[in-house]
Ligand binder design. Structure first.
Ligand code: CAA
Length: 389
């Protein structure tokens, strides 16, 4: 029989703070319905001064290592587009915080919001080569746009850690994949900026073009028929985008666009993204976490995934939910990670948003704020220092 490879465990972490869209709307005079109904967002995760992609990643991965041990993890692939260093892989900090064995390969991958899927496919290839190996895939991002810009309402932050192995307990990832690349400047962040630039309208049409492109390639390579897929996990820069994308796909495939059918495919995938905001590389896997944690029994059902990264690269693939998966979920921990966030007011949010670390390489202790398991302790000699809290 063909070797089944896929997601054996999945764990989500987010930030210390949360800003609601009601607070943002009260500050900027927007109608809160534009956020809640128009883009489908209710709140956004905001990192504390001592949190970043590394602390979220370690917090997401630690429960996986606690459950399965580290003996079989031979590779850590860290996907991000909000990297903390241009050379060193953020995953090495996580490797150190979690005490993983030195006989491990660690690397960081980038292609906007898409690279979590590149990491997943890389992991599957490695497990194919050696079925005893497990790969820790981590997607972790902080999404940040300029204050007052249209993108501001779509900010967020989260990490998803996944253990990829043979005979997975949660989801078997299938062949084929449908691929699509187009050279488009819809969203980018030059090296000299810490906030992203975006052409909002262009980015939505680029995303929809990628939906068509990946589906065409997926179908030509003998993928599932649309009707065979029970739910669709889309990259969710804002949750309404998943609805737009699915409506577009149904149209493209010549189906009658029926809103009940779209809701049935999407509604269970948005619960985490709508309160966390855009977590870039993590977003499509947060959609999966929400689906598995909140929907009824999906045993044996096939799910579609559309991973999109501006610029742009996209991939459509499917996975089958493994019977018995519910015993392995972390729904309570995920709910707790979301509910424990502290509500902040607009002034505090603004202070965090405009804060910049000194760049002189001097000693800079970072204030103690997070109540999560790991923190950025400070900067010294141009180095970031992490510690368990
Ligand atoms: N009540 C209900 N709905 C309302 C409303 C109200 N009072 N006011 C407006 N709306 C609706 C609008 O009709 C619109 O819905 P439709 O698109 O379905 O027509 C929606 O709310 C948004 O309104 P606008 O288009 O006027 O909003 P905007 O111009 O301020 O910005 C945005 C929207 C372009 C998505 C902006 O949030 C943005 O730039 N976001 C960042 C880029 C982004 O997320 N792009 C997505 C694709 S790219 C990608 O996926 C990669 C990535 O992660 C970035």
């Amino acid at each position: 029989a063909e070797l089944a490879i896929g997601i054996h465990d999945l764990s989500v972490a987010t930030t210390q703070y949360v800003l609601t869209h009601a607070t943002l709307a009260a500050h900027n005079g927007s109608d809160v319905a534009k956020y809640q109904r128009g883009i489908g967002q209710r709140s956004m995760s905001v990192p504390a001064a001592d949190e970043d992609i590394v602390t979220m990643a370690a917090a997401a991965a630690a429960p996986i290592v606690a459950r399965h041990g580290a003996e079989r993890i031979r590779t850590v692939v860290f996907a991000t587009e909000s990297s903390v260093d241009q050379a060193k892989a953020a995953g090495i900090h996580v490797h150190s915080l979690l005490g993983l064995p030195s006989a491990t390969r660690v690397v960081e991958l980038k292609q906007a919001c898409y690279s979590g899927t590149a990491a997943l496919q890389f992991a599957i290839g490695l497990v194919h080569r050696d079925r005893t190996e497990q790969v820790l895939v981590i997607a972790s991002d902080v999404s940040k746009y300029d204050l007052g810009s249209p993108g501001e309402a779509t900010q967020g932050a989260a990490a998803v850690a996944m253990l990829i192995s043979a005979d997975p307990a949660l989801v078997r990832i299938e062949d084929p994949s449908g691929m699509f690349t187009a050279d488009i400047m819809d969203f980018w962040r030059p090296n000299y900026r810490n906030t992203a630039l975006v052409d909002g309208r262009e980015s939505i049409s680029a995303y929809l073009q990628a939906v068509e492109g990946t589906w065409k390639d997926y179908t030509e390579r003998g993928g599932h028929k649309l009707d065979e897929l029970s739910a669709f996990c889309y990259h969710q820069p804002f949750t309404k985008m998943a609805y737009k994308a699915h409506r577009h796909l149904l149209n493209y495939c010549g189906y009658e666009v029926d809103e009940a059918r779209i809701n049935g495919a999407i509604a269970n995938t948005t619960a985490y993204n709508e309160v966390i905001g855009n977590s870039y590389t993590a977003s499509v896997y947060l959609a999966l976490a929400a689906l598995l944690d909140t929907a009824g029994d999906l045993s044996g059902k096939a799910i579609g995934f559309l991973s999109y990264g501006s610029g742009s690269v996209a991939e459509f693939f499917a996975g089958t939910v493994v019977p018995g998966y519910r015993a392995h979920l972390r729904a309570d921990a995920h709910r707790e990670a979301i509910d424990r966030r502290e509500d902040i007011d607009y002034a505090r949010y603004r202070e965090i948003h405009t804060h910049a670390f000194p760049v002189d390489g001097g000693d800079y202790p970072v204030p103690r704020e997070t109540t999560g398991p790991y923190r950025l302790a400070g900067l010294s000699g141009h180095k970031r220092i992490y510690e368990p809290r």
